[in-house]
Write a protein that binds this ligand. Structure first.
Ligand SMILES: Nc1ncnc2c1ncn2[C@@H]1O[C@H](COP(=O)(O)OP(=O)(O)OP(=O)(O)O)[C@@H](O)[C@H]1O
Ligand SMILES: [Mg+2]
Length: 259
């Protein structure tokens, strides 16, 4: 199952604790995501990517504007919109396997999907660590566990905040292929934050490049290449340099602002 997500005129202003002023995190963000699309958000640190994802998840309320999920306005969280946090949070008191079981039980899919847990552990390369607690894992292992916990539930919309950020490049590329395979198979709608331009091009059907302070959309780019994509192809290289230019532009704006 997949669903559409419509982000309409979303603005977010935070009150700064202990300060008189406010922080303009997002300014008039408009993105229309079709069911089954894979959209990535790229942009400098602090440009509001996580804030936008938390708003779509229903964890944060926009100051202005709204988000629609299949034409319904989003109010609060919903298991049909799964979020993998940037901090890849696992339940500390449950083992890796326990974390996946808990997620499946929470959406009443445990009986139907319990046979799949071993496969998910294998995909994450964690079969030998199923009974370990999060504190007994490396950072990358925790990240992989948090990712497969969200994938196991297969929500209609999967919101991924730098899901592969802490991984070495080899594991990262393997999991990118795994993400692609699962997306093709299940056709969930994906909205992923990444800092990695190549990762965004390799995976996405569209890339939203954001500029900072306040977070705005600098450009939305189509990625009209067939899968699997070749990182060394001319199309890939051309898009990479186009995005780099856009991000440099975003960076210049930030420096000007700070001066
Ligand atoms: N709960 C909050 N209260 C106050 N300010 C916040 C809050 N959450 C985020 N911000 C501010 O909003 C801005 C955007 O933060 P956000 O975490 O969305 O950035 P980001 O693009 O995800 O950055 P990174 O790439 O470093 O993860 C930052 O300036 C941050 O300080
Ligand atoms: Mg973030």
């Amino acid at each position: 199952m997949s669903a559409s997500v419509e982000i309409k005129g979303v603005t977010k202003v935070f009150a700064r604790q202990g300060m008189d002023d406010t922080l303009f995190a997002l300014d008039d963000i408009n993105i229309s995501i079709q069911p089954g699309e894979f959209v990535s958000l790229l942009g400098a640190s602090g440009c509001g990517k996580s804030t936008l994802l938390r708003i779509v998840a229903g964890l944060e309320i926009p100051t202005k504007g709204e988000v629609f999920f299949n034409d319904e306005i989003i109010h609060g969280t919903d298991p049909r919109r799964g979020l993998v946090f940037q901090e890849h949070t696992l339940f500390a008191w449950l083992t890796v396997k326990g974390n996946i079981e808990f997620a499946l039980k929470a959406v009443k899919q445990y009986d139907q999907k319990k046979e799949e847990i071993a496969d998910w552990l294998a995909i994450a390369g964690l079969s030998d660590f199923a009974d370990n607690y999060p504190h007994q894992l490396s950072g990358g292992m925790r990240q992989r566990a948090a990712l497969v916990r969200a994938l196991a539930v297969s929500p209609d919309v999967l919101l991924l905040d730098e899901p592969l950020g802490a991984l070495d490049s080899f594991t990262r590329m393997t999991l990118q292929d795994e993400l692609l395979r699962l997306w093709k198979e299940r056709k969930n709608t994906m909205l992923m934050v990444t800092h990695d331009i190549d990762e965004a091009i390799y995976l996405s059907s569209r890339i939203v490049v954001m500029s900072p302070r306040p977070g705005r959309i600098a450009k939305i780019l189509d990625v009209p290449m067939n899968y699997p994509r070749n990182r060394a192809s001319d199309d890939f290289t051309e898009l990479r340099s186009q995005i780099l230019k856009l991000m440099e532009f975003a960076h210049d704006v930030q420096i000007e602002y700070m001066l």
